[in-house]
Design a protein around this ligand. Structure first.
Ligand SMILES: Nc1nc2c(c(=O)[nH]1)N[C@H]1C(S)=C(S)[C@@H](COP(=O)(O)OP(=O)(O)OC[C@H]3O[C@@H](n4cnc5c(=O)[nH]c(N)nc54)[C@H](O)[C@@H]3O)O[C@H]1N2
Ligand SMILES: Nc1nc2c(c(=O)[nH]1)N[C@H]1C(S)=C(S)[C@@H](COP(=O)(O)OP(=O)(O)OC[C@H]3O[C@@H](n4cnc5c(=O)[nH]c(N)nc54)[C@H](O)[C@@H]3O)O[C@H]1N2
Ligand SMILES: [Mo]
Length: 826
């Protein structure tokens, strides 16, 4: 019998993997730190091995919010210290102790009562409203394993949706989604997804236009921007907030870039319906358009550039294709409407003279357009980034120092110069078996669950939804991420079985049939890179405390399932946690050696409670995106069919989609302030990412006190809109439309333009009466209000940043917020 088969509950994985118990590991890190002398010594010999510039009081680990030392007393995490190397430590790290010891941790494997009693498919309408029954790990693994076997045999891999989109936690080994997919690939395959929620529209359109996704590419390096950019445009871009968290451990270099621009006095303009923290921080000029009208603005700017001869015809001729077609559109030759600044002003609510001046300023100065992503999480969201590129191409500064566009300055510190060393590669999902089904666009999941057999268009192909019988989520929060929550509630009743691995009783866990308690990243050992683009650091993530309650690492949960399914050896490759980590480190060390960067052996690295900081080659600090293309477009063509920037895409044109044409175009969106829905729902919704959370993560911590208003998610309302509805600061407000209703707390402020309201994404869904469809969400989950259609036939991205709604002062009885309570029986 293998190590993974049905371990007694009290046995933590670490104990049987390493022979040293998890508990025994704690005092090593918790007591006085005897290794600091060792760390110093190695640091002196190997400069990239940074001795922590502090007391080594805690255990070095990391999170999406940054690297830190955890202070542990008597087996409890009680505090944190940021690593001193972090130029912008993020408050969110202070919540780590609360993450570990949260009251709403899932303590034991649990099964929904009706499912346990009646089997798969029983009383699925009770999901989210049933009782929970505690079972042993042995029983839970049996139930899940048997279900996978049954469905693979009877319905094939397309019946199991294991895409499991989500932000999980950092760590190269304990990567819940990858581990789930690794298991599923070994046991017959699964239905996965294409794209993501972040950049669904932009990544597809950019691949056609620029030949790469752009949203996840290294940007012109910050020192180069600081030296050369004269004008920086933040277009729907709020970096001082969104740079707080990264996919890997953040290096927080991006904030230092904005700090330097501010010090230098570089002119910055923020185009955003909300006066963002970033605009305030850098002292930007604020231009506040009507939400969802950016394409029209950009087209108006392009018209001014053209008609005032501020564009660069040489650049357009050498480096782009199809400008003639776009020009005809601008001039109204194709539809009789010249797209003047006045035309754009009428749509966007931004003065024509402001738009013209913007065009002139951009043309006369070295301009870097930094585009955020909220603007493409919209219907026709493809057009925005296509037009940002088109305007940048007309300006002709792409590939010049400090000029052009960049779509990741606000995300994971794009532009943080790339270091030279080694890169960790994590555990892999392995190869998909031959009969694996075609992935569905990620944000079409609810439609897929509801409409088996339906065919949709997707980037020139057809995708037919299979009949999904099982959903497995590990490391994501579907009930947060997905649009139109009330529709999702119905779609979610279709599968026969839903399994969720989670540390907490999120709404997704509450709506499952089987929940398996997962550890947080602070309860296991791992490794992670610091700096998604810079690859600047390698951080050890030391286990700080033992697994809480009966939680297990996802690795162990899937290993136990692998054992049950007869694929244990392939799953673990015979390696335990330490062996996996050592293997990853050693591969990385070899790469570093090839780059002439010497590193200590794994054991020494691990024991010293220290991290690695790689050197940054001088030339990388001045790296300019597309400089090589500009230098020689024939030798360094783009990955597009023409090898050039495609202002006209023949490939897209041939798809004959009405909602994404061959050239970038203004098309009125599904909902907006001029649509027929606006009569009833006059306000336009902005669902920006939360300042003090990562999506839904940390909503269950005391940090919530900082942003909750009247114990609900906040809504930002312009004084005019508040006054006409008799709403004042701190009031409970009902926000609603035909899709749903939520309770939010009012912040009346001129930081949002009239006609727009902001409710950040990520408040946990908490229906007042789970048995009544559409009942009010007491915590303010904004996705109760959004609609669930694809951005277009091209990208099928989500439209989470778009919806019309109305608000009113809430007059009903005060409802207790139960979003973070545990459900009955748990
Ligand atoms: N309306 C609207 N909707 C949006 C957006 C928007 O702008 N507007 N933004 C979208 C975007 S860009 C994104 S990326 C998505 C984000 O959506 P998600 O990625 O689903 O959001 P998170 O809150 O990060 O959810 C991660 C979940 O994983 C759990 N978790 C953490 N660590 C572990 C682990 O080690 N193991 C397991 N098993 N679970 C773990 C956490 O507790 C949490 O519940 O939301 C999208 N939804
Ligand atoms: N603190 C924090 N940081 C994060 C995250 C988080 O949840 N919290 N999430 C991470 C993830 S997964 C992602 S994908 C990125 C998200 O990065 P983004 O998608 O860029 O972030 P958003 O907040 O959705 O939008 C950025 C800005 O666009 C503005 N905006 C919205 N609609 C419009 C519009 O119609 N026109 C204009 N001009 N502006 C508009 C918003 O007001 C906001 O200020 O952030 C990452 N960083
Ligand atoms: Mo995202």
């Amino acid at each position: 019998m293998s190590k993974y088969q049905q371990q007694p509950l009290a046995m933590s994985r670490r104990r049987f993997l390493t022979g040293a118990s998890a508990l025994a590991a704690v005092p090593l890190f918790a007591g006085l730190w005897p290794k600091s002398a060792l760390a110093e010594a190695i640091s002196q010999a190997l400069p990239q091995f940074v001795a922590l510039r502090q007391a080594q009081k805690g255990i070095l680990t990391g999170a999406h919010w940054g690297a830190f030392e955890a202070i542990v007393q008597d087996g409890k995490m009680v505090g944190v210290l940021p690593v001193k190397d972090d130029p912008y430590p993020n408050d969110l790290i202070t919540m780590a102790p609360h993450q570990v010891h949260a009251e709403n941790r899932i303590k034991y494997p649990m099964v929904r009562k009706s499912w346990l009693e009646g089997g798969p498919g029983s009383r699925t309408e009770l999901r989210g409203n049933d009782e929970w029954v505690r079972v042993s790990w042995e029983k839970a693994i049996d139930l899940v394993g048997n279900e996978i076997v049954r469905l693979q045999k009877d319905h094939g891999p397309q019946s199991i949706y294991a895409g499991s989109y989500g932000w999980k936690s950092v760590g190269m080994l304990h990567n819940s989604r990858t581990l789930l997919q690794r298991l599923m690939n070994l046991s017959g395959g699964f239905l996965g997804y294409a794209g993501d929620y972040s950049t669904g529209a932009a990544q597809v359109i950019m691949s056609h236009v620029m030949g790469s996704m752009e949203v996840y590419e290294q940007q012109t390096a910050w020192p180069n921007v600081i030296d050369n950019s004269q004008l920086v445009i933040l277009w729907g871009c709020n970096p001082m907030v969104t740079l707080k968290n990264s996919w890997n451990v953040p290096d927080h270099v991006g904030q230092t870039g904005f700090e330097a621009l501010k010090k230098k006095g570089t002119r910055i303009i923020s185009i955003d319906p909300v006066h963002s923290d970033s605009a305030k921080y850098v002292g930007a000029q604020w231009i506040a358009p009507r939400p969802y009208t950016d394409s029209a603005m950009l087209i108006g700017i392009a018209h001014t550039l053209l008609t005032e001869k501020l564009h660069n015809p040489d650049f357009l001729k050498t480096y782009t294709v199809g400008f003639d077609k776009f020009q005809a559109y601008l001039l109204g030759e194709t539809d009789g409407t010249p797209k003047t600044a006045e035309w754009a002003a009428d749509i966007s609510g931004v003065d024509a003279e402001v738009l013209r001046q913007l065009a002139r300023d951009m043309a006369k100065q070295r301009t870097m357009i930094m585009g955020g992503w909220g603007i493409q999480r919209q219907h026709h969201g493809e057009q925005q980034h296509w037009l940002l590129v088109t305007v940048a191409a007309m300006l002709g500064q792409i590939g010049l120092p400090g000029g052009g566009f960049g779509f990741s300055y606000h995300y994971s510190s794009g532009g943080s110069p790339t270091a030279k060393g080694g890169i960790l590669s994590g555990i892999s999902a392995g190869n998909a078996p031959k009969n694996s089904p075609t992935p569905i666009p990620v944000a079409r999941i609810a439609e897929c669950l509801t409409n088996p057999g339906k065919t949709i268009h997707f980037n020139g192909t057809d995708v037919t939804y299979p009949d999904v019988k099982m959903v497995y989520v590990a490391g994501g929060n579907t009930f947060h991420q997905h649009q139109d929550t009330n529709n999702l509630v119905k779609a979610w009743q279709r599968p026969e079985t839903i399994v969720v691995n989670e540390p907490y009783w999120t709404a997704t866990a509450k709506h499952a049939d089987i929940v398996l308690p997962a550890t947080t990243s602070y309860e296991r050992n791992d490794l992670e890179m610091g700096g998604d683009y810079s690859q600047l650091y390698v951080f050890p993530m030391h286990q700080c405390v033992p697994p809480q309650h009966e939680s297990r690492n996802d690795f162990d949960i899937f290993a136990a399932l692998a054992a049950k399914l007869g694929v244990l050896d392939a799953f673990t490759e015979g390696k335990d946690e330490t062996q996996w980590l050592k293997g990853m480190y050693d591969d990385m060390k070899l790469q570093a050696r090839a780059a002439r960067v010497a590193l200590p052996p794994f054991d020494m690295f691990w024991e010293s409670n220290n991290y690695i900081r790689f050197p940054i080659p001088q030339e990388n600090k001045q790296w300019v995106r597309f400089a090589d293309y500009r230098e020689n477009p024939l030798l360094n063509p783009l990955g597009t069919p023409s090898g050039k920037i495609e202002i006209y895409s023949d490939a897209i044109s041939k798809m004959e989609y009405l909602d994404c044409k061959g050239i970038p175009t203004w098309m009125p969106p599904h909902e907006w302030y001029r649509g027929p829905e606006a009569a009833k729902y006059p306000l336009s919704l902005n669902t920006a990412h939360p300042t003090n959370r990562l999506h839904s993560q940390l909503d269950n911590t005391p940090l919530r006190k900082k942003y909750a208003v009247a114990d609900r998610e906040a809504i930002l309302i312009h004084p005019e809109d508040a006054k006409s509805r008799n709403i004042t600061n701190g009031d409970l407000v009902r926000a609603f439309n035909d899709r749903g209703q939520i309770l939010v707390g009012a912040i009346v402020s001129e930081d949002v333009r009239p006609g727009a309201v902001r409710i950040s994404e990520g408040a946990w869904y908490d229906p007042a009466d789970p048995s009544t469809p559409g009942s009010i969400c007491k915590n303010g989950n904004v996705n109760c209000l959004t609609f669930d259609i694809g951005s277009s036939n091209l990208a099928q991205g989500n439209c989470g940043q778009m919806a019309q709604l109305e608000i009113e002062k809430y007059q009903g009885e005060v409802l207790k917020n139960t979003a973070h309570d545990v459900p009955a029986g748990a």
